[in-house]
Design a protein around this ligand. Structure first.
Ligand code: F6P
Length: 343
């Protein structure tokens, strides 16, 4: 009986557990497969740290946020213990015939390298940022947008009562999908994303025109947004353990500038990890389940080196390499459509 290892890697994301459950149920029911779950992403693969994942282990988990397997940003080649030889040895020891890697661009890049080194692996795309090129949508994005929209709706209460400008910062390192969708849903008066630099003069003009109509301005900003005179996205917390800047806080840069130039009292909220946590939306549970089922079908067909993806309403198979090295940015005409209503 074929036995496969499942791992979740990179930032946690609502819907990961639905993928795990979808894979295990499809595998057991349709293909007669069995599974092990690697703990903490690629760390589990390298050290052979895995738990049995049978049907009873995934019961009722679709509605849970996070990942029952744990996750990390550990790379399969980053430690001296890593690399193909030790991974193959551990796979043999555990009787694993192939690996299902669930993660974002970093995870897919590592999976692609493992594939080139002869490890049988398939991918399932995940990120709340929705910035993976090879798929129309990733699970987790819908939940993050719902949470950010609700946060903006709630902030408007204070904005309207105190006649303040409220700035809400959401995630989005390279792409502003969450800001764009949540901003549109909440009727934000300005949406600022990494793909589209806006001048302070323009931002303040939108804020002022809202105030002049007697309304409280709401500005939605993605963490990766830069003003024209900023060389990089705002990061005041240094680097993470993988040398990526710890973003967050651009709202706090903007707020005093808005107050200074418009005279409007401005307050900020950085949504942070709240938008990644908790119960996944129904949409993300469905997409996660469909992706999980499709991953089980992929390995049943021995289509190593492929990733499942959503194209329109269909779940399709694409080469893993399609997901690597390309960020799916918000198209500028898409942004311009929303921008026409700012202010
Ligand atoms: O990749 C998703 C993301 O949410 C980014 O938008 C954000 O910059 C990053 O994760 C932060 O995650 P962590 O602090 O867990 O590395």
């Amino acid at each position: 009986m074929a036995h496969y290892g499942i791992l979740t890697s990179g930032g946690d994301c609502p819907g990961l557990n639905a993928v795990i459950r979808g894979t295990v149920l499809q595998g057991e029911t349709v293909h007669g497969q069995t599974f092990a779950g690697y703990r903490d992403g690629y760390r589990g693969l390298v050290y052979g740290d895995a738990i049995p994942l049978q049907r009873s282990a995934v019961r009722g988990i679709s509605q849970q946020g996070g990942t029952i397997l744990g996750t990390s940003r550990f790379g399969p080649y980053s430690e001296s213990d890593g690399g193909t030889e030790s991974i193959e040895r551990q796979m043999d020891r555990l009787g694993i015939d192939g690996v299902i890697a669930i993660g974002g661009d970093g995870t897919m890049a590592a999976a692609n390298r493992l594939l080139e080194d002869g490890i049988p692996v398939v991918g399932v795309p995940k990120t709340i940022d929705n910035d993976l090129e090879a798929t129309d949508y990733t699970f987790g994005f819908n939940t993050a947008v719902e949470i950010a929209t609700e946060a903006a709706d709630r902030l408007r209460t204070t904005g309207n009562s105190h006649k303040r400008c409220m700035v809400l910062e959401v995630m989005g390192r390279h792409a502003g999908w969450i800001a764009l969708h949540a901003g549109m849903a909440a009727g934000a008066h300005a949406i600022l994303i990494p793909e589209a630099p806006e001048s302070l003069v323009q931002i303040c003009a939108w804020v002022t025109s809202v105030r002049d109509r007697g309304r409280a301005p709401m500005v939605m900003v993605a963490e990766g947004f830069t003003l024209p005179d900023m060389e990089e996205a705002h990061s005041h917390r240094g680097l993470d353990e993988f040398d990526r800047p710890l973003l967050g806080g651009v709202a706090e840069v903007l707020a005093p500038l808005i107050t200074e130039r418009t005279g409007i009292e401005t307050r900020t909220t950085v949504l942070g990890y709240i938008q990644r946590g908790g119960v996944p939306s129904a949409w993300d549970r469905v997409l996660g389940t469909r992706f999980g089922q499709a991953a089980s079908d992929l390995v049943a067909d021995g289509e190593w080196g492929r990733m499942v993806a959503l194209r329109g309403t269909d779940v399709v198979r694409v080469p893993l390499s399609d997901a690597v090295g390309h960020t799916k940015k918000v198209p500028l005409d898409h942004y311009r459509g929303a921008r026409a209503l700012f202010g």
